[in-house]
Design a protein around this ligand. Sequence first.
Ligand code: T46
Length: 140
Amino acid sequence: MKSDYSISSYSIKFFKVHGDDRGCLTAIEQNRDIPFDIKRMYYIFNTQSKIKRGCHAHKTLKQCLICVSGSCKVLVDDGVERQTIDLSQPNKGLFIEGLIWRELYDFSADAVVIVLASELYEDTSYINCYDEFRQCFKNE
Ligand code: T46
């Protein structure tokens, strides 16, 4: 299966935790811990447990999702397979690059998800329709 768009992939990375008797600290640096320039950061919080967020794909955007408090689940779909990723550790990053459908759900009441993104916000970068997402893989 080939796509018109960039390589689609997702992966997990655990960031280093500096812990001592005061608590813990994790540092994240662009082009060291994150393989892209970070142009944008946003965070998701106060999401009800029954709510789904995301439910779209991007053509070329690179993102890293970190649930720094609480927990949530992320369904990732690369057009071939679907996988569910649990985010519940503040040093666990889910990298999503290219044409990946994603859905965030099962948020705990205290969930805070920080997202580091390679591009500024652009609403035209969104594919909001699952059928349109699937169509992107039809052109070989
Ligand atoms: C993604 C998942 C994980 C902005 O003004 N700037 C921004 O950078 C973003 C991300 C959103 N917005 C506005 C647009 C909407 O009016 O915030 C509102 C909610 O955004 P959205 O419905 O896109 O939020 P989610 O949680 O469904 O999706 C977001 C990201 O948009 C998306 O790229 O991968 O989080």
